[in-house]
Design a protein around this ligand. Structure first.
Ligand code: CA
Length: 424
């Protein structure tokens, strides 16, 4: 367990708050009295308006001549300034919020301007997402799906242990938590049918994932070496890669997922930086067979992040937990994924989103999709009040939350949620 940092904030936060001084995630928000989207950080039940602090000159030593970094509708400009700038801003924020510093603590009018009750804020899309790639880096998930579709003996494809498999997704349909998800229609074909049919998906699913945003990109033709990959990563979010299993099954041969995945991918509003996650790094896992040299990570880039999936149906009064998992169950780490993605010279740009792929743990209670939790619908998930689900129904709301447990504090991601609306 990570120890409490030697930090005291003048804003008291509860032990189970996702947003103590140790976190300081970045997001974009607006309020009714100022509808301009702008950058903020979450601290307990408040949002600290970074655009106000910037205009008051708190960051001028770091930003120098660069102006209005935090008053943009997206974080991209700030993200593009790199990890050194991000680390320096974090230090300044921790100092501003420190109990020993009167600059904000004892300045009533400034506090009123820049510390806003989060209940009065509406979160906005934090990043103008450029490209979106989804990996497939949980061995348990890949094995489970492999067993279902190809049998136990061919569960993992022969390439899987040698490279982080992925597909290129759609950035246009990456949406903020809380956005409704309209049940997609598409072409499906039952095993015993001669011809495909068209209609709303019957097998709508979620995928429990995490993703990371690229801060600084790389030039076309210049791969990011695995030992420098972390310098390009800004921070992480929770991801739900909504999936239509029946559409997927019929369309995916031979080029992989297409319409089964392109209708929506939800992300949580706060981006938690690698600095905040640093105390929660876990031991490097042993990869057998040994990866090729270009994929050999320096250190460990796995994190102990508790993940919880809940389902709220029309009949339930409160969400019911259907899975408890952890990000540490990943096989390929973020630096290996980025090094592999760029090894051809493929260029990353600020704001690109790279997701983990469905995260499943070793046992059934930790699986990251309905496909696995119900084993393709054979064993429905039992809910309170005699309800059950094989896949997601109209009106269902799926909620993913994630947090790291420290010694008497948490560094959390908040949640990513979405409600299923009927097909149109
Ligand atoms: Ca996925």
């Amino acid at each position: 367990m990570a120890d409490q940092l030697n930090l005291n904030c003048f804003i008291k936060t509860e032990k189970d708050s996702h947003f103590p001084l140790q976190n300081l995630p970045y997001g974009i928000f607006k309020t009714s009295d100022n509808p301009n989207p702008r950058a903020g950080t979450a601290i307990g039940k408040f949002i600290l308006d970074l655009s106000v602090l910037e205009s008051e000159g708190f960051f001028s030593d770091v930003f120098k001549d660069r102006k209005k970094i935090f008053s943009n509708s997206y974080l991209n400009l700030f993200m593009s300034l790199g990890s050194d700038v991000r680390k320096r801003i974090r230090k300044i924020l921790q100092h501003i919020l420190s109990i020993d510093n009167p600059a904000l603590k004892d300045n009533d009018s400034l506090r009123k301007q820049c510390l806003i009750d989060s209940g009065r804020c509406e979160m906005c899309m934090p990043v103008n997402v450029g490209d979106y790639t989804d990996f497939y880096s949980s061995k348990e998930h890949a094995t489970n799906v492999g067993i279902m579709f190809r049998g136990k003996d061919n569960a993992l494809m022969s390439n899987w242990l040698h490279l982080p498999v992925a597909y290129h997704g759609r950035a246009s349909s990456v949406v903020l938590s809380g956005t409704d998800i309209i049940r997609p229609k598409g072409q499906t074909k039952a095993d015993d049918a001669d011809m495909p049919t068209f209609g709303p998906t019957k097998l709508l699913d979620f995928e429990l994932e995490m993703g990371y945003f690229i801060g600084t990109g790389n030039k076309l033709g210049e791969p990011v070496p695995v030992e420098k990959a972390d310098e390009h990563i800004f921070g992480m979010v929770l991801v739900n890669d909504w999936s239509a299993r029946d559409i997927q099954k019929w369309e995916y041969v031979p080029l992989g997922p297409f319409l089964a995945k392109n209708f929506a991918t939800s992300i949580s509003p706060w981006i938690v930086t690698l600095e905040a996650l640093e105390p929660f790094k876990t031991k490097k896992i042993i990869q057998e067979p040994e990866p090729l040299p270009y994929l050999k990570s320096r250190g460990s880039w796995f994190y102990d992040i508790n993940l919880e999936v809940s389902l709220k149906t029309d009949k339930l009064n409160e969400p019911f937990v259907i899975s408890r998992s952890n990000y540490k169950y990943m096989y390929w780490d973020i630096c290996q994924q980025l090094a592999h993605h760029t090894v051809t010279g493929c260029n990353m740009r600020t704001g690109d989103l790279l997701a983990s792929g469905t995260i499943s743990g070793p046992d059934k209670s930790s699986y990251g999709s309905m496909l696995e939790l119900t084993w393709r619908g054979a064993e429905p998930v039992k809910l309170p009040g005699n309800e059950e689900r094989k896949f997601l129904a109209d009106g269902d709301e799926l909620i993913i939350s994630g947090w790291c447990d420290g010694n008497n504090y948490r560094v959390g991601f908040g949640e990513v949620k979405g409600k299923i609306l009927p097909a149109v």
